[in-house]
Write a protein of this length. Sequence first.
Length: 213
Amino acid sequence: MSNYRQLYSGLKPKEISYSKEDNVLIVRSNNFPVSDPKKAFVEALEEFPVTNTFHTYNTGTKVHIDCIIGDEVSFGCNCTIGGAGFGYDKDENGHNKRIPHLGDVVVQDYVTIHNSVNIDRGTTGSTIIGKYTAIDSLVHVGHNAQIGSNCLISAGAVIGGSAEVGNNTFVGCNAFVKQKVKIGNNCTIGAGAVVTKDVPDGETWVGIPAKKI
């Protein structure tokens, strides 16, 4: 595999992506035909150093050095902000192989994060928490997820990787939002709901699987 950091001066991880449909690795808008795009993507990311340095607060909360934290952000005890996400591929022997996570977490202004919350950093981009959002204890936010402004995410909720939650949306206790699902603005997700489909603006969904009421 070519060393893309040598081919492209100043290359950043976020400038690399892939397409399964076209069987290409995409580097700065240039396509490289490959037989296994995801494998090529992982190998390209492995050319970059992985930083695992955290700032540790006296509350036990750890924030990765690359994270961007806004003004007036409040953290509870024993949170982890910017740890590596749960992303794996198979090696040539069929064994699980961790995908490097080289992105960050952006926590915007006036966010409140309670105790024992985990927010994973992005694979190459950012996991984003919008302004004035409050996240209750024991919540997990997966890599590359985006939570909008002024949201309430209740205790025990899980927001899957690359999921999106719109502005002014409420997610109830122990709800699960599947990876890559999009929830609109001004929505309500009931306690314990399992959201497997996109939710339009202004709707209330409950149940397993979650449905509109």
